[in-house]
Design a protein around this ligand. Structure first.
Ligand SMILES: CCCCC/C=C\C/C=C\C/C=C\C/C=C\CCCC(=O)SCCNC(=O)CCNC(=O)[C@H](O)C(C)(C)COP(=O)(O)OP(=O)(O)OC[C@H]1O[C@@H](n2cnc3c(N)ncnc32)[C@H](O)[C@@H]1OP(=O)(O)O
Length: 228
């Protein structure tokens, strides 16, 4: 089950795309990232912007007319990789093929998990600094991975963050995390985020292993929704 979910600790150079679809999507996703980052800083003329909007809408229409696959389960069912292989493509923080993902790169050495990321202008909160919500998102994803080292991963129950210093944009950010302890279905994880050798944020996470398989989470949630 765990192997099916994800092995977040594969060496970075072994995380090759599982199928040709992902190989192509990775390239397209990076192009979209570059585009949006350029958009954030562009002072092109209104006419140039209008032309680009038109061109982009045409490109979007092409994608919309292509065969579609929805969600992680959809991709695994379509034979586009195991749950873990799909996760490394679509994850909203670490997904190579998801243009929303910065992306965050994660690995493990011994009992410690590490990650690195560079957050561009799209993520600006305070001037020149990373938005606090995105700092929290980085921790959620990263501590969520680090808890796998305990062998009983769960969903985020509580995430407590101390923002100690502003986290700068456009510099390499380094994260580390480790498991403090486990109690029953709960795993307690701690982590920190550093920029230029300075700790800018610390986090404590409590992850709770659900009682049903993670692949059935969506169906379980949908059943809880009121009719209509
Ligand atoms: C195998 C699971 C993997 C889960 C990962 C999910 C998908 C991705 C899968 C693979 C991808 C690879 C890695 C993951 C990468 C990133 C992870 C991102 C994680 C997220 O982004 S995930 C979204 C945000 N997350 C939620 O959407 C949770 C919504 N929520 C619930 O689904 C329930 O609320 C749940 C399950 C949390 C608990 O429900 P429950 O019914 O099982 O809990 P129950 O009441 O039985 O309590 C049992 C013991 O936990 C204590 N406890 C309860 N709740 C607590 C809390 N909030 N904080 C601290 N302690 C809590 C009690 O005090 C008791 O403690 P005690 O035993 O000591 O009395």
């Amino acid at each position: 089950m765990l192997e099916d979910l994800h092995n977040p600790f594969l060496p970075l150079d072994e995380r090759t795309p599982a199928t040709p679809l992902w190989e192509a999507k990775r390239e397209l996703a990076q192009a979209v990232r570059d585009y949006t980052e350029a958009l954030m800083t562009s002072a092109a003329t209104p006419k140039q912007m209008a032309d680009m909007s038109q061109w982009l809408r045409e490109a979007t229409a092409q994608l919309e007319q292509s065969p579609r696959i929805y969600g992680r389960n959809g991709y695994t069912e379509a034979g586009e990789g195991t749950f873990g292989e799909v996760f490394q493509e679509v994850g909203p923080l670490c997904g190579h093929s998801n243009p929303i993902a910065p992306p965050l790169e994660m690995w493990a050495e011994g009992d410690t998990a590490y990650a690195r990321v560079n957050m561009g202008w799209r993520y600006e909160g305070p001037p020149g600094c990373v938005h606090g919500g995105f700092v929290a998102a980085l921790f959620d994803e990263f501590l969520g991975m680090a808890q796998f080292m305990g062998g009983h991963p769960g969903m985020t129950g509580t995430l407590s963050i101390k923002y100690r210093r502003p986290t700068p944009l456009n510099v390499p950010l380094e994260l580390s995390a480790w498991i403090e302890r486990s109690e029953g279905r709960k795993t307690f994880v701690k982590g920190k985020l550093e920029a230029n050798g300075v700790v800018t944020a610390e986090c404590e996470g409590i992850f709770i292993r659900p009682t049903q398989p993670v692949t059935e989470l969506r169906d379980a949630v949908m059943k809880e929704q009121p009719e209509g």
